[in-house]
Ligand binder design. Structure first.
Ligand SMILES: Nc1nc2c([nH]c(=O)n2[C@H]2C[C@H](O)[C@@H](COP(=O)(O)OP(=O)(O)OP(=O)(O)O)O2)c(=O)[nH]1
Length: 135
């Protein structure tokens, strides 16, 4: 049995704009853009992990909204799952506190203006589809 560890990525929306985060580490990922998030810890639900990671990495209070169908392989044993998310009323604005050195809110026509990690491209495409479908 191979071990499988879920990494949750947040498709954090403000209206129709999606937050993209530029990684500052490790060297092989630095400079590329991703959905903020991280590894689900043992005993933790993915949506709780997402709320925790968004607080640690961006300093925001957010909630998971919907699971985006699909699962994308990362470097084994990791797999990426994605939830849409939104900021709670009164949350601070996101800041790149940990793991990232720049953030961008992308309008729908700017979705492909950043250099996403290769493995995030199919996930972002799926996010765009479910949002287009009115999720
Ligand atoms: N968070 C996140 N990680 C991703 C994405 N795409 C992708 O390949 N990864 C990779 C980068 C890392 O190797 C791994 C997640 O690591 P992480 O550094 O974000 O997770 P973490 O905060 O829990 O890490 P740690 O420092 O506590 O170990 O998944 C993505 O869209 N979001």
């Amino acid at each position: 049995m191979t071990e499988r560890i879920v990494v949750v990525g947040a498709a954090l929306f403000d209206g129709d704009r999606l937050l993209a985060a530029r990684r500052s580490a490790p060297p092989e990922l630095a400079g590329r853009w991703e959905l903020p998030g991280g590894k689900v810890e043992p005993g933790e639900t993915p949506d709780a992990a997402l709320v925790r990671e968004l607080h640690e990495e961006l300093g925001v209070a957010a909630e998971a909204v919907e699971h985006v169908p699909g699962e994308w392989p990362l470097k084994p044993p990791y797999v990426l799952q994605v939830w849409t998310a939104r900021l709670l009323p009164g949350s601070a604005d996101p800041k790149p506190l940990e793991d990232h050195d720049e953030l961008r809110w992308l309008a729908p026509d700017e979705l492909w203006d950043v250099d996403w990690l290769d493995q995030d491209i199919p996930a972002v495409r799926e996010v765009a589809e479910v949002r287009g479908a009115g999720l």
